[in-house]
Design a binder for this molecule. Sequence first.
Ligand code: CA
Length: 303
Amino acid sequence: MRLLIVEDDDRVAAALSSVLGRHGFDIVRARTAARALDLMHTRPDLVLLDLGLPDRDGFDVCGRIRKVSNTPVIMVTARAELSARIHGLYLGADDYIVKPYDLRELIARIHAVVRRSRPDPLAPADVDTTGHVGGTATRPDGQATGGAGSTGAVVGTGAAEVGRVVETRGLRVHLDSREVTGNDGRTVALTRKEFDLLAELARAPGVVFRREQLISEVWGSSVQSASRTLEVHVASLRAKLGDPCVVQTVRGVGYRLAAAGAPAPPPAEVARAGTGAAVAAVEQDTDGPELAAAAAVKRRRRA
Ligand code: CA
């Protein structure tokens, strides 16, 4: 994923580039507004836009970017004032983050914004039986990089949002009707938040979602206050779905929904409820949060 970092402060830019680079992002950097607009031809997947630039206001840059492209923009601002944030959002920013910020939060926001900006990977015509997503390289702004044309899928316009069903390990998640049917075809009764959590994971089966990202998307609250809540919901989801391996733990990072077509663990392993051997295996091949995040980024890129 290519990020255009627009930041005039060399120290900040260097630190950001280093951390984000280690998380698997390709970094392009602009020191000025003019250079940022020049670099839009490199078609970044996201622009991280500092508001205080030497030659032009970041708001102005955002407005200009919006005139030519739908590339997601996250404004980075020291201005915590509500009016500045609202102004930025009206100008077309997709999100904002206020300095000083936690890098983990920034990375979670980058993933969330990019995910929302992409064509829905759950559009039926776009998903094959192995759970691999095809044609995700077309964006609403027409920055097609190939793949989607032959499926005829309508992407990024909301039209593909109808009738979305995600299927994995015999489980069917009907995202529009908010229904879940299990292996036996019977409806699984979930609470609202349990469904929200499952639906969030179902946006990209096989991709690891960070804990903080899930908490922010599902509960809209901070990690500290909702961490235990997340664990409780995961446990109850596993119990209600009757398959401990459908929601997998990636230790130190977060959770993922088992990808469709992934080999089922042997019955003896499934029978071990709770964490299950397949989940343990997932945990073991995770070397750490950063590697897992980088792997997730690579998976997204391949998708
Ligand atoms: Ca600045």
